[in-house]
Design a protein around this ligand. Structure first.
Ligand code: PMP
Length: 450
């Protein structure tokens, strides 16, 4: 896995990219994507001989790292055996993936609808909830992300929604708990939990419970800031959903499959939703795959009545073979246990120690291999280091922080005024410590803006 320099190839790859690839979420003329030559485990490298420790896990999905030999072999074997087959048939890899996933989801969420990614999972979960209840509305939280397709982006509760938001009927946003920037001016977790539940009940009362199909929450919101809900909140939402016959959807696209040190983040809170959306870590993203895990009651709605939704590549054999191999690797190599231990013994204490020394760190929060540092200009006022959604000059502080990470061999996740430490779930102790050392150096740069 030693990178060697091949700048000419790198330049050609970059030139073709700039000529023909239209990138997501980007101003095409302002970006300069790194040409990637290869990747293995927790690292990737460019054509100029630079190697980076990936503290982003791609887009928080390479939960077993890059190029795991067993998963690569499983994909190759499946390609040789049966590279593709349409969804209306029973196919070994698909059946086995569904069984392994259903065994790990909480409660009776034992039926699996496969998609190609997270947004499609969310679209279908919402459709199932609407058809199951016969009601139109969906309640979702601010400070959330649910995907880039029509409904998924409209229920998203952050600026990524704005450009696509045409006020879609039936989408209502509410505030979920977040003590550090409490929408309810709370000073304790218990207060925040109680107030957030009252706010949700009030929202339901004034929207009309009989009009609400679903409440969707990321179990632990990911890209919006890794905000672990206070004890009792998700159980409280479960109870509210039961009272009003509302479908409770937990979006575990990012938090699921080991990220939090459990198979599903819901496991930490002892709560069983009606639907779970998943993607990313289910097969470490080696082949696109997502899905919805469905409760027995909702599955029964579609027992005699057809489910009106589907995708040509639903449960693609290559993606499912990758899921079977990934889940086996995670079980055999104790990857979920590793994520929990690294969080408890290395990343958690290490990041808190950085916060003590760096005035730019306002808060450290997270668990497993799912951590956020909230960077601030002033710890007292909690003013964000850069304004939300800042670009250009306004973003200079975060841009300098990101550049310093890269200079120190770390590829960082940076969003608004936050950086997230989200390495692979099988990251080693030495790699996690290497990441902390690079963050230490980069935070000294961020401190200049405090
Ligand atoms: N839900 C959550 C919680 C996510 O983090 C994401 C992706 N970051 C999505 C949904 C959308 O997934 P995809 O990009 O695979 O469509």
């Amino acid at each position: 896995m030693t990178p060697h320099a091949d700048p000419q190839t790198g330049a050609a790859v970059k030139a073709a990219d700039r000529a023909h690839v239209f990138h997501s979420w980007s101003a095409q003329g302002l970006i300069d994507p790194l040409a990637v030559a290869g990747a293995e485990g927790s690292y990737f490298w460019d054509y100029d001989g630079n190697r980076y420790l990936d503290f982003t896990s791609g887009l928080v999905y390479t939960n077993i790292g890059y190029q795991h030999a067993k998963v690569v072999a499983a994909i190759q074997e499946q390609a040789g055996k049966l590279a593709t087959f349409a969804p209306a048939f029973a196919v070994e890899a698909r059946s086995e993936a569904a069984r392994l996933i259903a065994e790990r989801t909480p409660g009776d969420l034992d039926k699996i609808f496969f998609t190609n990614g997270g947004a499609e999972a969310v679209e279908n979960a919402i459709r199932m909830a609407r058809l199951h209840t016969g009601r139109p509305k969906v309640l979702s939280a601010y400070r959330s992300y649910h995907g880039g397709t029509a409904t998924a982006v409209n229920i998203t509760g952050d600026p990524r929604r704005w450009a696509s938001d045409n006020g879609t009927a039936g989408v209502v946003h509410f505030w979920a708990p977040f003590l550090y920037r409490s929408p309810f001016y709370s000073s304790t977790e218990a207060e925040e939990c109680a107030r957030a539940l009252t706010h949700l009940e009030d929202t339901i009362a004034f929207e009309g419970p009989q009009t609400i199909a679903a409440i969707i929450l990321e179990t632990i919101p990911g890209t919006a800031g890794i905000m672990t809900p206070p004890p009792g909140y998700l159980a409280g939402v479960r109870e509210i959903c039961d009272r009003y016959g509302i479908v409770f959807v937990l979006d575990e696209v990012m938090a699921g499959f080991g990220r939090t040190g459990a198979w599903f983040a819901a496991d930490h809170f002892d709560v069983v939703p009606d639907l779970i959306t998943f993607a990313k870590g289910v097969n470490s993203g080696y082949v696109p795959l997502g899905g919805v895990a469905i409760s027995a009651e909702i599955a029964a709605t579609f027992d005699k009545r057809p489910y009106p939704g589907g995708l040509t590549y639903s449960g693609h054999p290559l993606a499912c073979a990758a899921a079977v191999a990934t889940i086996q690797v995670m079980a055999d190599e104790k990857v979920v246990e590793n994520a929990a231990a690294i969080g408890e013994t290395v990343l958690g204490p290490g990041l808190r120690e950085l916060a003590e020394r760096h005035p730019s760190v306002g808060e450290v929060r997270g668990l497993g291999v799912f951590w956020a540092l909230e960077l601030v200009r002033d710890r007292e006022t909690r003013e964000p280091l850069v304004p939300y959604n800042a670009s250009g000059e306004a973003n200079a502080a975060m841009a300098a922080f990101g550049a310093a990470c890269k200079k120190n061999g770390l590829w960082p996740f940076v969003n608004m005024n936050r950086t997230h430490a989200v390495p692979a779930c099988n990251v080693s102790e030495a790699e996690a410590k290497e990441g902390l050392a690079a963050l230490d150096a980069a935070l000294s740069v961020a401190d200049d803006w405090t």
